[in-house]
Design a protein around this ligand. Sequence first.
Ligand SMILES: CCCCCCCC/C=C\CCCCCCCC(=O)SCCNC(=O)CCNC(=O)[C@H](O)C(C)(C)COP(=O)(O)OP(=O)(O)OC[C@H]1O[C@@H](n2cnc3c(N)ncnc32)[C@H](O)[C@@H]1OP(=O)(O)O
Length: 233
Amino acid sequence: MLRSCAARLRTLGASRGGARGPGAARRSFASEEVVDKDCALPNPSWSKDLRLLFDQFMKKCEEGSWKRLPSYKRSSTQNFKDFRTHYVDPKLLKEEQMSEAQLFTRSFEDGLGFEYVMFCNDAEKRVVCFFQGGPRLQGVPGFTHGGAIASIIDATVGTCAFRAGGVVMTANLNINYKRPIPLCSVVVIDGQLDRVEGRKFFVSCSVRSVSEETLYSEATSLFIALDPNKKLT
Ligand SMILES: CCCCCCCC/C=C\CCCCCCCC(=O)SCCNC(=O)CCNC(=O)[C@H](O)C(C)(C)COP(=O)(O)OP(=O)(O)OC[C@H]1O[C@@H](n2cnc3c(N)ncnc32)[C@H](O)[C@@H]1OP(=O)(O)O
């Protein structure tokens, strides 16, 4: 498994360098125009398993009930700008640091960290994430770091809550790690919104192998929709 991961990574050189490929989006960032890649599309580091799952769900998307969620290293959409203006004390943000800010799970080079794509089914209140954890996410030798697993779980259940409740933050995340996840393997994270109580969104998920034979982890979480009348800091 590890050798095939390294082999895929060696083929990556040609794909780097910022060329505009499929899924590239033109956006306005600060005062300059930047081009950012949609990271939730296949790249050469993706294993056969990840590509097969991607293709399977793209077919479901054509049928209409599922939707692929694009994903970028940083977002300059108006929503994100409004979030900062509204919730964050400007004294805490230095512009030069913010220009370096990136979504944590998208901050590694292709294949080295978090490779994933999420699909949502809003009618079923589900978000499914196909995740391949790269060699920089090692914890115990040969296995994926528990903090990296927590991060991708948080991102998946967070997206599930966000789709139902808008701007939310994690208040609680409980994970049972049942089996270690081999580094560079692909897992399926199946997130489900269980219930909503006012501003509280309860989401759970399972993390399984592609064959579904192994249950790696289970998690429950609580997300709170932010109160627009309260500052966060
Ligand atoms: C436009 C921007 C959109 C961004 C989202 C884009 C998503 C899609 C894009 C990309 C996907 C990326 C996805 C990434 C996901 C990562 C998410 C994170 O990692 S978030 C970082 C870690 N979390 C924190 O740092 C929170 C720290 N905590 C807080 O700031 C506050 O506690 C907060 C905001 C969560 C709640 O504070 P209050 O003041 O608004 O609310 P109160 O009154 O305290 O609680 C409301 C109710 O919830 C209960 N509650 C709160 N915390 C609880 C807890 N831990 N356990 C049980 N109940 C709790 C309370 O008891 C209360 O219940 P009663 O209304 O009285 O019934």
